[in-house]
Design a binder for this molecule. Sequence first.
Ligand code: IVH
Length: 704
Amino acid sequence: MYTKEQEQELIEKSKKLLKISPDQIKDKETAKKIIEELREVIKYHDWRYYVLSDPVISDYEYDQLFKLLKELESRFPDLVTPDSPTQRVASELTKEFPQVKHLAPMLSLENSYNEEDLREFDRRVRELTGLEIVEYSVEPKFDGAGIALVYENDVLVRGATRGDGTVGEDITPNIKTIKTIPLSAKFSKYGIKTVEIRGEVLMRKDVFKKINEERLEEGLPPFANPRNAAAGSLRLQNPKEVAKRKLEAFVYQITYAVDFQNQNLLGTKIKTHYEAIKMLHNLGFRTPLKEMKICKGIEEVIEYCREWEKKRDDYPYEIDGMVIKVNDLSLHEKLGFTSHHPRWAIAFKFKARQATTRIIDVVFQVGRTGAVTPVAKLEPVEIGGVIVSSVSLINEEFIKEKDIRIGDLVLVERAGDVIPYIVKVIKEARTGKEKPIVFPKNCPSCGSPLVKPPGEAVWRCININCPAQVVERIAYFASKDAMDIRGLGKSIVKRFYELGFLRRIPDIYRLPYDKIKQLEGWGEKSVENLRKSIEESKNRPIHRLITGLSIRYVGKVTAKKLAEYINCVEELKDWTVEELEKIPDIGYVVAKSIYDFFHNEENVKTIYELKELGVKTCKDKEEQKKSDILKGKSFVFTGTLECCSREQAQEIVEELGGRVSSSVSRKTDFLVVGENPGSKLEKAKKLGVKVINEEQFLKMIKQT
Ligand code: IVH
């Protein structure tokens, strides 16, 4: 339809037109030229939006272009032509769902962006109704997917999308999965036989965040905003999948209601919008009743809109403005409709949260866990009152999938408390000078080679001493699960790091105690305690050292397992992935992670350095022997032991090479019985498992 060059030109032209304000145009000649340009670009953007479902400007920018065209056409009415985009309602139909005709046309709302627009709307309403002061209802403008529901004889018979406003798509099975939409409601109580209600399907912001996190974890592209997530979910072909998306719906307008004689009830029996909403609320629908305010005159309306604009981020649902409606329904008929909108309502739009801007550069950041994230530096742009100058590009796959390049024009969205996100690249604006983003092979912080664990989308730096991660890693090394160095918690690690005392893990064993003594909050005694616990940590069993290395996927359980099969930690540098995989419970992913860790030069160097500093990296003779004593034996405990806690007993068994499980089976070698044993005793007897008491158990382990 358009060539690449034409598209580029049209995008440039749109940008220029967006800078024009209507008062700059005085003469008809200039107006004609601008009007023609506006029609040309709007036609293009309509095509991008409706035909390709792939817009290249934000909704706000589109509205601005449309508004300028309308303004100029109203100033120069003889320039209006029947094919002007202002003369039709756009369509967004596809063939995937059956089509249905709405009972009342689903028109859209006129948009306003400032107080003056609202005052102008009020002036028009007053003029047409002859009223001096008009009562308005004001409620949030929900940013989701519009729907129309039909109830007949108290039963939900249809749920449809907006479609082109006249004909929508029948998505009843999907609609029925939404718990906030009643499947039946006693409309007959109000004398209503058939009713059509409009509303919005939404995804709560926290649900949206969670679903996106899950999608990222599964390697699926995240949704750009809750609206896309809701609209996309509604169009899924499988209602079971829809139900998993936790959609909700608000209803906010009755557009059609007749009684059992087919008489219209709107404006006659149902007198006000407030009354209609109250009725829906009483019938069990989710409505904006709580959020709604009845305002006398436009100044009160403006004040309420401003109030909501401020608290917009605290509201659990995305809203993109407020909707102002004439409260008296009998006036609706009097005011009527234009070809696009009702004259009795207007939307007050909050500041847009999308904007187009350019990527100037891409940098790579290393997170506390070693994950390397690409971040795009942007030409600063204001989005919803905040200047955005950088945005995460998530991971290498996201860049590939969206084909993002340096120099690209991109559409950025900042939805509520959600972090800025690149919705899309405007490829049509490309000049050919854009540069591909090259992912680094080495860590931008320490230069170590990056690795990508199998099945993950993220590149990681696994250098134990990488400056970007070292505070986190030292704190973990010293933690209770690892080397258990009391007094070396995260805040102290951070302080010592900032003072330059701790830059790499081995520095723990070279701390300048004389300097620490002089720090505020430190005395002779506390320094001595710290020194003591650091000294003690040198002698921990080697599985604790392995845990402390924070090798991805190697927590304390795997570390213990690993320790059973080696004599010295440094030995692991010679193990192959295949050999590691032979250890029970260690699969390919874990084996590869261990292998990668021990094939990083700095990591191996660090282990030798720790050894030199006196940290135990090899089991001592006794331990080697000790670990054989219960080898291959499995234990189950029941009742309370006097000697020690269940955890301590478990630790002892494991250190001696045995295994502990939680339930008795034929494979159990010993059931150790303490005070008040449970049902396990019965089971052991039945299965013929050997039962021993605490004394016998202690004897068994004391042999070592
Ligand atoms: S009233 C005849 N009220 O905004 C007009 N619409 O372009 C009836 N919307 O398509 C619409 N919140 O999907 C109305 N409280 C609200 C709304 C609302 C969101 C949507 C609706 C409509 C669009 C306006």
